[in-house]
Design a protein around this ligand. Structure first.
Ligand SMILES: *Cc1c(COP(=O)(O)O)cnc(C)c1O
Length: 363
């Protein structure tokens, strides 16, 4: 079924279409002033913390969404905010997939949470591996995923670091009758506008982004899903009422005043990425440093497990991600771009690495 015949109501789990959502105190009275005796909060204040936190936060995060809408040039009605994009992944699966019956598709090697979230929800997973060049095999994907409800694509992809070809994503959006999620957790590091501005073209598109990477706010747990107002309304309907805390909303609003600082950090990290890639490529045991549109590098080498062990057993341990057991990533470590001094330490340590001394250095 091509997306031209896209029918959202046929995709959503029927009992959720009819669901009457929980109505919170803040749903039933939306005014800002008055004496609030409706939510069983503690009127005296808060224990222990500096910031008064005794009132429930805005369940619909209106200020943050308005500000994000302005920056990303979409409507607030196109934005859902979750407890990390991981919450959005879970809610998307729960909105569309009947446990024990429906399935999703993803394209390994890719982000692990799509399959884990599906498994938690007893939803089957169809795997359609990326090509050896880490791109989509669109014909195979469209064929194998035809009966699934949701296809998860990740661009730039984790752990390979590359953008998926735009025309391939467009083809999947046009020809797949279900939901296409494009996870853009790393889009700020890429020289590409991504898909947020194209929601009007594709009613089946959901774009995920996050404050955890380029914004440097992994600890506040805030992720966004951009989609049609219809899809956003459904996600709002099934989310926990107060899924984004007040401190998170406050921190996000503060961050959004400083987009230029985020952009500067991205520029520095991308410059570091270039330097680190060059240095790693010179090491004798490194076979390939893959091009990256993200803040990490996938690096293929001789005996990655030995290199991993060597790095964690240094007096000052350096921890990278061993991806060598992952499909299409044989021989690979995934290395996050650190600050200049950290990347220099890594490079120096790797220059000192001798394959035959593994296991002895740490003794
Ligand atoms: C890190 C990452 C996320 C994580 O998102 P949170 O907002 O921290 O939950 C999502 N998708 C991909 C591909 C990631 O690498």
């Amino acid at each position: 079924m091509p997306a031209a015949m896209f029918d959202l109501h046929r995709l959503v789990r029927p009992h959720l279409l009819d669901l009457k959502p929980y109505s919170s105190a803040r749903d039933e009275y939306t005014g800002h002033s008055g004496i609030f005796l409706d939510a069983n909060e503690n009127a005296l204040g808060s224990v222990g913390v500096q910031t008064v936190s005794n009132r429930y936060p805005d369940p619909y995060q209106r200020e943050v969404r308005a500000e994000l809408a302005r920056i990303r040039e979409v409507g607030p009605e196109n934005i859902f905010l979750g407890h990390g994009s991981d919450e959005a992944i879970d809610l998307i699966i729960r909105l569309f997939c009947e446990p024990g019956k429906d399935s999703i598709a993803h394209t390994p090697p890719t982000y692990g949470m799509y399959a884990v979230s599906a498994a938690i929800n007893a939803v089957k997973v169809v795997e359609v591996p990326l090509t050896p060049q880490f791109q989509l095999d669109t014909d195979l994907l469209l064929r194998k995923a035809a009966k699934t409800k949701v296809i998860f694509l990740c661009s730039p992809n984790n752990p390979t670091g590359n953008l998926l070809r735009r025309e391939d994503i467009e083809k999947v959006l046009r020809e797949f009758g279900g939901i296409v999620v494009v996870d853009e957790a790393y889009i700020d590091f890429a020289d590409d506008p991504g898909f947020v501005k194209r929601l009007a073209e594709f009613p089946n598109l959901i774009v995920l982004q996050t404050f955890s990477k380029a914004w440097g706010l992994a600890a506040i747990r805030l992720g966004m899903a951009y989609a049609s107002p219809e899809i956003i309304r459904l996600l709002q309907k099934i989310k926990p009422p107060y899924n984004v805390s007040q401190s998170t909303q406050t921190a996000a609003l503060e961050a959004l005043r400083f987009v230029r600082i985020k952009d500067k950090m991205v520029t520095s990290l991308n410059e570091e990425r270039r330097r680190l890639a060059q240095a790693l490529a010179k090491l004798p045991f490194v076979q390939q440093v893959y091009p990256s549109d993200a803040n990490f590098l996938l690096v293929c080498m001789d005996d990655p497990e030995a290199v991993y062990q060597y790095l964690i057993h240094l007096p000052q341990p350096i921890i990278v991600r061993d991806r060598s057991k992952v499909i299409r990533c044989g021989g690979c470590l995934r290395i996050t771009v650190g600050k200049e001094s950290e990347n220099a330490q890594l490079t120096e340590a790797l220059k000192r690495y001798r394959p035959e001394t593994v296991g002895h250095e740490s003794l």
